[in-house]
Design a protein around this ligand. Structure first.
Ligand code: SF4
Length: 551
């Protein structure tokens, strides 16, 4: 939890899950929403460090009296909804729960942690909990929290919230969530189709923001946030009638929809809901299934390899089956549960060329050839190709040219620093969209904690830069350097097809942009923090280690 967590401030009660990724072998960080973190803090804990593993399934029950490690044999095998229900039956309706599903138990490499309708996704944090045989965390507690200057904090916070209420960005997030990005991004070639083969999809409007708004039943969101950007939607007709999911957000509209040329809104909602129940990351799951569809299209695999499934673009039925099979590590699903990098290595026959990943983490819903600064962020992110490691906002908003491949290193470096700063406060990454700014954050930090240094936003940003640098040092220790800051071969060698203004684009100058990026951060051209930079950031204690790993 961050220093503002569990207060009444907006978008700051999220929690950060940090470990080593079973998918990439690099640092893993997942910042998730919901209410669990706030109640953990009410119970008196800023965080939990888990070391070692249990010899049989357990869950951690936390309240003001302490932490108990309890037997979870009866919970093992349950989906995430059932697990929430069981724990609430036992500990009371107000119990806050965060748990893994069958995918985490079976060590699918991209398993997530789920708390009600919120997800801690991407880098396999749920897999690590599965390996430790931790099925869930349950907390019983109540607020409020004591603050350094509660009166000052409340006055300031009230003013900030009043000022943010009418913001257009916030209202758009409230009404549509991130789904509002879909059609605009497709128009600009940013929305990848058929495993990044092209940039246009006939019928995309059937799963776009307007269509999804038509089946919305309510909003949902994180503790203390008035935006409540989560869109709970229910399928109203067809074979998936009645299916409910919180989402899909833009990433999942792509991963389980457009990426597979699937424009069936019912199947999309049902697949999103299924991933949450099974505890699967929708981005990696959809990307990996898209990879399998392309291998099938090219004849690299056949129905003999897929347990009889015919993987034809636009047909969502095999996707539903594969999600189940992946989560249970059954047959072909076992291979796909390894992620695209490992699956491609095992399949061979050139399959590596169609594994759309960086450092082993599957790309999200951004075509690097159509938005080059964002491509640089995906190439350099320490956790692998994640949309949660910095955003090139000016480029995406059309304020900067999307297609040029020079003078983007500084912006990418700054975007990663800003994201690391937000992650360090453990604040929602949509804060800039909703209008909550760095100055306001600094003022809240001072009144909440009494630390006067926080008054300077540059001081807070330095903490972000230090975090980013330390995460890179972690990776250096694990053998990562410039060679790993790359993009899939497709982006560097193939022209993008049917992608509006980005048609014909190839990512040609990644090397030049990497030099710019490293220079901006004070890293060597090998992508390793220099001794001077480490000292400037107060990371003197890392210098010796880094030298050891960079001989
Ligand atoms: S904007 Fe959405 S994700 Fe961010 S804190 Fe609010 S509800 Fe959570």
């Amino acid at each position: 939890m961050g220093p503002l967590g569990a207060t009444t401030a907006m978008s700051v009660s999220r929690m950060a899950l940090v470990t080593k990724s079973p998918l990439t072998g690099a640092i893993a960080k997942s910042v998730m929403g919901g209410s669990f973190g706030a109640f953990l803090k009410f119970a008196g804990y800023d965080g939990i460090i888990v070391e070692g593993e249990a010899d049989k399934p357990v869950y951690l029950h936390i309240d003001k009296d302490g932490i108990n490690i309890l037997d979870a044999v009866e919970l093992w095998g349950l989906d995430t909804q059932q697990t929430h229900q069981k724990l609430r039956e036992k500990h009371g309706k107000s119990t806050q729960v965060a748990c893994i599903g069958p995918a985490g138990e079976k060590l699918v490499r991209y398993a997530v942690l789920i708390s009600d309708l919120r997800v801690g996704g991407r880098t396999g944090v749920g897999t690590v909990l599965g390996a430790k045989k931790i099925k869930a965390f349950a907390v019983n507690s109540s607020g409020p929290l004591s603050l350094h200057d509660a009166e000052g904090f409340n006055k300031l916070n009230k003013e900030i919230i009043e000022g943010l209420k009418a913001g257009q960005g916030r209202i758009k997030m409230r009404d549509f969530g991130t789904s509002f990005l879909t059609l605009g991004f497709e128009k600009n070639g940013i929305f990848p189709v058929k495993n990044f083969q092209e940039g246009h999809l006939e019928g995309l409007e059937k799963i776009s923001e307007e269509a999804l708004a038509g089946i919305k039943i309510k909003n949902d969101g994180c503790y203390g946030c008035m935006t409540k950007c989560g869109q709970v939607r229910q399928v109203t007709e067809g074979p998936y009638k009645g299916a409910v999911s919180e989402g899909p957000d833009y990433e999942t509209i792509w991963s389980l929809g457009g990426n597979l040329a699937n424009t069936d809104i019912g199947a999309l909602i049902a697949a999103d809901s299924l991933c949450d129940k099974l505890g699967l990351d929708t981005v990696s799951a959809g990307n990996t299934i898209g990879f399998a569809y392309e291998l099938y299209q090219r004849g690299i695999i056949t129905s003999k390899d897929t347990d009889g499934l015919e993987l034809n673009w636009g047909d969502p039925a095999p996707m539903m089956t594969l999600l189940e099979k992946i989560s249970r590590r059954d047959g072909f699903g076992k291979l796909l549960g390894e992620g695209t990098k490992r699956a491609a290595e095992k399949i061979g026959k050139g399959a590596q060329d169609y594994a759309i990943q960086v450092k082993g983490l599957e790309l999200p819903a951004y075509e690097p050839r159509a938005v080059k600064g964002y491509g640089l962020i995906l190439a350099t992110a320490n956790i692998g190709a994640s949309h949660m490691y910095g955003r090139s906002r000016d480029e995406l908003a059309g304020k900067k040219d999307k297609l040029t491949e020079v003078d983007k290193g500084q912006d990418a470096a700054q975007a990663e620093i800003l994201q690391a700063t937000q992650d360090s406060v453990v604040q929602c990454s949509f804060s800039p969209v909703t209008g909550f700014n760095a100055q306001q954050r600094s003022q809240l930090l001072v009144t909440a904690t009494g630390f006067k240094e926080f008054a300077d936003p540059a001081y807070v940003e330095k903490i972000g830069e230090r975090t980013l640098c330390l995460e890179r040092c972690f990776n250096v220790r694990e053998g990562f350097d410039r060679k790993d800051d790359t993009l899939p071969k497709r982006m560097r060698t193939e022209q993008l097809k049917d992608a509006g203004p980005a048609t014909g684009q190839v990512f040609k100058n990644l090397d030049g942009l990497l030099d710019e990026f490293y220079d901006a951060l004070g890293y060597t051209r090998r992508g390793i923090p220099s001794e001077a930079k480490l000292k400037e950031l107060g990371l003197d204690w890392v210098v010796k280690d880094i030298k050891k790993f960079t001989k």
